[in-house]
Design a protein around this ligand. Structure first.
Ligand SMILES: Cc1cc2nc3c(=O)[nH]c(=O)nc-3n(C[C@H](O)[C@H](O)[C@H](O)COP(=O)(O)O)c2cc1C
Length: 437
């Protein structure tokens, strides 16, 4: 690994969160990762500074989250219902598991996060003000009050869940690589909110636009040193729920059991159930955004021939037969080493987006937008895996240029943003217990 150039950190200081250099420094190579990551020591440079205290505004306790996620019988679901609000926040980004393994990462949330840094923040923006979700205490902390006093009770004003990111939290380890990881996680969190909202019978409308996002965050994000990343409009309550979403029968239990596998991803070489690919297809068909394709390199799934499958435009087709192990071990490399034990995986997914067109249209903001699109889909893959008792490991140790070539992506146009390996979990050293509020 080489040291970061400082170009990205300089840009962060100047307020541009996704400089053009990120594509080459953090997607096509991992040059932005500092050498210190291997030892877990803080990254050098300005990006490592900064503290992240909890907001000190008044606190509102949240209701106990229900053990099951289902639309409320009789009345339309609404965020005004304290149990619905608690369920949405808890199962989207709450603290779900406590890992008691000495020296491990103790706190695990509903969404995967590189080395459990959890840089994302989830904020409820209502007519009465903005409230930060505090998963550790299962509370809301007030960030600011209503813009005008007469707005506080206006039922016609929409409610939003807004995702921001504290790059500094991840940069303490990852230096200039942090914006990439933060953008990936923000997308996964957006996918989580969208899925849980559907399970609760809430309608959610995710947004990619930068201007509405900035307006939603204008009063509090700068002071909190967070970058606006994404948002979903939730409700209004009379709206119909999203019927496209793929929902397993007991989503809450599935989310409580979701995990990324052991430190080195080395699953048991056991066939995954035959419903895996149909469920992946159904879940991606209900993803919050279109505009991505999912390449599945299948090795060991019951009743499914090994090969290369592509899900795009809501269709799943097989493009190549045969064991894809050579391709997996060529794409899935970090500095010449194979990143996970692909020989024991059931299937590995690569999420690709049209980078060329997005950069031409949105410039530097294409980075945020495309990571939201792909990240939301990546979380769905993790949930489908959990439904089938599999671990799903998001792993950035892959060669983006090699992936483009070997997966047959449009040269110079399509880019892989996520590699997610799926496999049967082995009993490991970790001892995780569920967290119940
Ligand atoms: C965006 C992102 C990138 C990740 N990159 C890697 C990686 O390169 N290598 C790795 O071993 N794990 C990687 N992970 C996995 C995380 O370390 C894992 O999700 C975390 O330990 C939390 O575990 P849990 O999902 O079981 O709660 C990544 C996760 C995310 C969300």
């Amino acid at each position: 690994m080489t040291r970061p150039t400082g170009a990205i950190a300089g840009n962060l200081v100047n307020g541009s969160p996704f400089p053009a250099a990120l594509w080459s420094e953090a997607v096509y190579s991992r040059r932005a990762i500092p050498d210190t990551l291997a030892t877990g020591a803080p990254a050098p440079g300005p990006a490592g500074a900064g503290q992240d205290p909890l907001p000190d505004g008044p606190r509102l306790p949240l209701a106990a989250p229900p053990l099951r996620l289902a639309p409320s019988p009789g009345s339309p679901a609404a965020l005004a219902d304290p149990v619905v609000l608690a369920a949405l926040l808890h199962y989207s980004y709450g603290l779900l598991q406590h890992d008691l393994t000495p020296g491990g990462w103790p706190l695990h949330r509903a969404v995967a996060s590189a080395r459990c840094r959890y840089p994302s923040e989830l904020t409820l923006v209502t007519p009465a003000g903005a409230y930060r979700f505090d998963p550790l205490h299962h509370q809301l902390a007030s960030l600011c009050g209503p813009v005008r006093d007469d707005m506080a009770d206006d039922p016609a004003t929409p409610r939003f869940l807004v995702i921001t990111s504290r790059f500094a939290r991840t940069a303490r380890l990852y230096g200039d690589y942090a914006p990439r990881l933060c953008a990936q996680e923000a997308g996964m969190l957006l996918g989580a909110v969208h899925l849980v909202a559907a399970a609760l019978g809430l309608r959610s409308r995710p947004g990619l636009g930068l201007e509405p996002l900035r307006r939603l965050c204008a009063r509090w994000s700068a002071a909190a040193e967070e970058h606006p990343m994404g948002y979903l409009e939730i409700g209004p309550s009379a709206a119909r729920p999203d019927r496209r979403a793929w929902l397993p029968p007991d989503l809450a239990a599935v989310l409580r059991s979701r995990h990324s596998g052991a430190a080195v991803f080395d699953p048991a070489p056991v066939a995954a159930p035959r419903a895996l690919l149909p469920h992946i297809g159904a879940s991606l068909a209900g993803a919050p955004f279109t505009g991505f394709s999912c390449h599945l390199l299948v090795r060991n799934v019951d009743g499914t021939a090994p090969g290369h499958y592509v899900h795009s435009g809501n269709r799943l087709r097989r493009v190549r037969d045969g064991d894809p192990i050579a391709m997996l071990e060529r794409i899935g490399q970090t500095e010449g080493r194979v990143s996970v034990n692909f020989r024991a995986t059931a299937c590995t997914a690569y999420l690709a987006v049209r980078r060329g067109a997005a950069v031409a249209e949105h410039g530097e903001d294409a980075f945020r937008r495309l990571h939201l699109v792909a990240g939301a889909a990546a979380h769905l893959l993790c949930v489908v895996a959990a439904h089938h008792g599999l671990s799903a490991r998001v792993h950035n140790g892959y060669d983006a240029a090699g992936a483009e070539r070997l997966l047959g992506l449009a040269p110079g146009e399509e880019t892989v943003l996520f590699q997610v390996a799926l496999g049967a979990a082995r009993p490991g050293a970790a001892f995780r217990i569920p967290v119940v509020f």
